[in-house]
Design a protein around this ligand. Sequence first.
Ligand SMILES: O=C(O)CCC(=O)C(=O)O
Length: 271
Amino acid sequence: MDSSKTQFNKDGYLIIKNFFNQEVLRKIYTDARKLFAVQIKRILGKTVDINNKDEFEQAMFDFFEADFNAFVNTGKQTQHLISMHRLGTDEKILSLLKELGYEFPTIAVRPAMQFNSRYLSKGGSHWKLGAHQDWRTGQGSLDSMVLWFPLVDCGEDLGSLQIIPSSHKDGLMKADTSGYLGSIQEEISDEKYVQTEFEAGDLLIFSAFLIHRSGNNITQNIRWSIQLRYNNIGEETFQERGFPMPYIYKPEENLVTPDFPQKEQLEQVFA
Ligand SMILES: O=C(O)CCC(=O)C(=O)O
């Protein structure tokens, strides 16, 4: 067996240094900040320099406090960035999946971007996830995989991911279904976790059964990261289970902006 596959099967993860093209990651990071800058201008009335990290991130926190709803929706827009979706179909990723045993990869769920900071949380679990296995939410192929990577250099202080090597073979743990991804109920001792560290461009790829949790971001900065998830159509039980798709994606029943648009606005758009 190929050595990276042997290693992956044994540990349940690989960290690959310098996997991504820096330019490509920079473009995604820039697009995400530009999206927020548009709404920061509208809500806070100021133009922020997205390259001035502290100033920009303080404006993110102010925006979060000033209009939570618009902030959440802007966060949702980041999940739809074309630059990020394009990366999700990159040949380099597909080759890696093939090397790790995929015959026929599919995208398990939309790519996700996270911006973790205690100052972007209303006490919920989003900014800091407890121990979990992604398989519980995805329920895809048994060899379902997650690609996790930061858009910025990221170590312990920024709350980089903590993983338990080889835990992917422990089976599906009991978990509550509350919160974003559900937390494992069983007490797990802190010593079992390995703290990951990255430079922007590095990749962590792990089995959807690997137990992991967020680290503690003790800084004043935001931890920007992306998660891409894949299933293997060639995996037998996935076929036998009829390709479960537990993610629910549906439109709002009512107009989000009441009484919008007016006929005149459309006439103006199409003039
Ligand atoms: O980035 C994080 O803090 C947690 C992400 C995570 O655990 C996941 O997406 O499964």
